[in-house]
Design a protein around this ligand. Structure first.
Ligand SMILES: *Cc1c(COP(=O)(O)O)cnc(C)c1O
Length: 403
């Protein structure tokens, strides 16, 4: 993928993998250079690694290129990026309009933490643009949504929300963690695009990291030594991890294509057998057309699908059986090279109160699958069929054949 932020000359000197800067601080050639850097009138020097560092800066260049934004700021986690960006934009007395089906940690931050600082959030169905508009108040600063919601996999019409937010002078912030490369929110009108790099982008489940892709001005604001949330909250990404993520980013295109192909294959097969499946690539998905209109078709419809069984006990039995059969891990998170599955209602979305969960269609029998890079997905599918049969799950159509 053409996201390599080093010139041929640099690679000739440093090697074909990213150099790792192993310093917390940097020497200035003169006292004037240091003063000007602190004043912000000079930007050709590194200062201190909580502010910026050579390796993290190159990762930021690559991620900005991927999202087609001017700039980017990396963080020590996805929540580090989300909390910093929201608090940079909102203060005492401000208001946020957010999707009601967002990541559990983001939901908890808005619902339980931000009110302590006098920042209120109204949660709405962001697929309903009229509802979003109706929730906007005089003190609203931000509209916050995810391209593909967790765990219901609803797809946001980003262009419509972009038009609305700009007509009201608001910022549209989009978490694109589930759909890197598939969808480019900044091209559709998002002002800031956030990723948890922990997921597909790194792809190995061996570290936690995040990014906010944004304008150069916003990146500058986030890093300001006096008022920048990235600088002052200190959720900094380490250079060793940044180098690892930068290497893994180079294979993201190949991986996303395979994640999508595999997830599509399993979702289609299970749906044909009569199971309750949700996948944006299926015609039965409520946002199939929105996804088709805004995705880069070569990357498919993403690596996640959900399967709904009747209850929590059935979900647990199935997941344990799948794990025993070596088809994946009973684990939270996503974007790993092996399949991961968890029952969302009692794990990653457990921050959301039960009545609200049921109201939004998130039952206790809902299993979210992050499909891995299985080389032989036909054989994996056979394994799924066997596991389902073994735990006696309904929906089984014996006559169904793969042909
Ligand atoms: C995991 C995740 C986050 C939080 O990222 P961390 O790296 O775990 O802090 C935010 N949004 C989405 C959609 C996620 O999946």
């Amino acid at each position: 993928m053409k996201l390599w932020p080093y010139t041929p000359n640099e690679q000739a000197q440093w090697g074909i993998n990213p150099p790792i800067s192993d310093s917390a601080t940097y020497a200035f050639p003169s006292a004037d250079a240091m003063i000007e850097t602190f004043e912000g009138t000079r930007e050709d020097h590194f200062l201190y690694s909580r502010h910026s560092a050579p390796t993290t800066t190159r990762l930021e260049m690559a991620l900005a290129k991927m999202e087609k934004t001017e700039s980017a700021v990396v963080f020590g986690s996805g929540m580090g990026a989300i909390s910093a960006v929201l608090m940079q934009h909102c203060g005492q007395g401000d208001h946020i309009v957010a999707s009601r089906t967002i990541y559990g940690g983001t939901y908890a931050f808005m619902k339980f933490f931000l009110p302590k600082l006098g920042i209120e959030t109204t949660f709405v169905d962001t697929n309903n643009v009229a509802a979003v508009e109706g929730a906007i108040r005089e003190n609203t600063r931000v509209i916050y949504t995810e391209t593909m919601s967790n765990p219901l996999l609803r797809i946001t019409d980003i262009a419509s929300l972009g038009q609305l937010s700009h007509s009201k002078g608001l910022k549209l912030i989009v978490d694109n963690t589930f759909t890197p490369l598939l969808v480019q929110p900044a091209q559709l009108g998002a002002d800031i695009v956030i990723h948890s790099l922990t997921k597909f982008i790194n792809g190995n489940s061996d570290c936690v990291a995040g990014v906010a892709c944004c304008t150069a001005e916003m990146a500058h604001t986030l890093r300001d030594v006096n008022t920048g949330a990235a600088m002052l909250f200190g959720s900094t990404l380490d250079s060793t991890r940044a180098a690892g993520i930068l290497k893994n980013l180079q294979t993201l295109d190949v991986r996303m294509i395979r994640h999508s192909q595999n997830a599509h294959y399993l979702a289609r097969g299970l749906e044909k057998m009569g199971y309750r499946v949700s996948y944006p690539g299926l015609r039965s998905h409520p946002d199939h057309d929105i996804m088709r209109a805004q995705h880069q078709s070569r990357y498919g419809f993403g690596g996640l699908f959900t399967l709904e069984v009747d209850n929590f006990e059935q979900a647990n039995a199935l997941m344990q059986e799948l794990q025993k059969a070596g088809l994946g891990h009973l684990a939270v998170s996503l974007g790993h090279h092996q399949t991961l599955f968890s029952a969302s209602g009692t794990s990653t979305s457990s921050e959301i109160p039960e009545n609200e969960r049921l109201d939004m269609g998130l039952g206790d029998g809902l299993i979210r699958f992050s499909v891995g890079l299985d080389g032989d997905i036909e054989s994996s599918f056979m394994g799924y069929r066997q596991a389902l049969k073994k735990v006696g799950l309904t929906g089984w159509k014996d006559s169904y054949s793969l042909s």
